[in-house]
Design a binder for this molecule. Structure first.
Ligand code: NAP
Length: 244
């Protein structure tokens, strides 16, 4: 039998890159998508995967990406992130628009495009990386938490709409993971990004990837619906124990 194929969005860095690595290790043929093709190729080469340029905020890009695929068994909707930490009364509409485009509509575009192939595989699996921001709110976080709540609602709706079809749906909701996430959120401000992880042992991208690999390697009748994972020292989005 041919190898099962896993598609990972946002695979040029962080959780996506680690997930591509873990899935290749678990025996999948991996297709990696992201905008920065040079970085994407480096990750793809290291795992023997295939790098294809992808911008999930563009329908044209998603169409071209999907047209280049054949068999698809697993889709990991990982591309996304946060921009800024602005209060609602100071909200920047363009930043909100990007967060909704990347996290919510990106997941919608990719899932819609690949569902026929996932069903055709006879045992499809959609994993969506949302966040604890999909179940919590915090001051300054509304743009991101609203987008993650919406992305989660979209993902969980599919679980019901496709009941009876050969496809599984797993939502992974991580807390604090040390990646380039905070650097992007704070427009490249390294000191501000590093402060997020100070005094705490955060999750690594590999920790999340291992959980994704576990979920997609269960037998076909087992659906892990939601997996919330946080560092031991983090109780919620706003409460963490930090060593001095
Ligand atoms: P990261 O290191 O900043 O990686 C983000 C990835 O998404 C990059 O590979 C980036 O690649 C890709 N991406 C961004 N916009 C894209 C677009 N329009 N089209 C395609 N790819 C795009 O952050 P991360 O922590 O790994 O984040 C991955 C996911 O986990 C996100 O959905 C994030 O919200 C979620 N998450 C993160 C944390 C955390 O604490 N880090 C916690 C919970 C959930 P290019 O720039 O090359 O396109």
């Amino acid at each position: 039998m041919d190898k099962r194929v896993a598609v990972v969005t946002g695979a040029s860095a962080g959780i996506g890159a680690a997930t591509a690595t873990a899935l290749a290790g678990a025996g999948f043929e991996v297709v990696l998508g992201a905008r920065r093709l040079d970085r994407l190729r480096r990750v793809a080469d290291s795992v023997g995967g295939r790098a294809l340029e992808l911008d999930v905020t563009s329908q044209e890009s998603v169409d071209a990406f999907s047209a280049a695929l054949g068999r698809v068994d697993v889709l990991v909707n990982n591309a996304g992130g946060a921009l800024g930490l602005d209060r609602v009364d100071e909200a920047d509409l363009d930043r909100w628009r990007w967060m909704f485009e990347a996290n919510v509509l990106g997941t919608l575009r990719m899932t819609k495009a690949l569902l026929p192939a996932l069903l055709e595989s006879g045992d499809g699996h959609v994993v969506t990386i949302t966040s604890i921001a999909a179940v919590e709110v915090y001051d300054g976080g509304a743009g991101y938490t609203a987008a993650k709540h919406a992305q989660s609602a979209l993902h969980r709706t599919l679980r019901g709409e496709l009941l009876g079809e050969p496809v599984r749906f797993t939502e992974v909701l991580p807390g604090m993971v040390e990646t380039e996430f905070s650097l992007t959120r704070f427009d490249g401000d390294t000191a501000r990004a590093e402060a997020v992880y100070q005094g705490i042992d955060p999750l690594t991208a590999a920790d999340v990837a291992e959980v994704v690999a576990f979920a997609v390697t269960r037998p076909a009748h087992v659906n892990l619906d939601q997996i919330v994972m946080k560092p031991r020292a983090q109780a919620s989005a706003t409460r963490a124990h930090r060593e001095k």
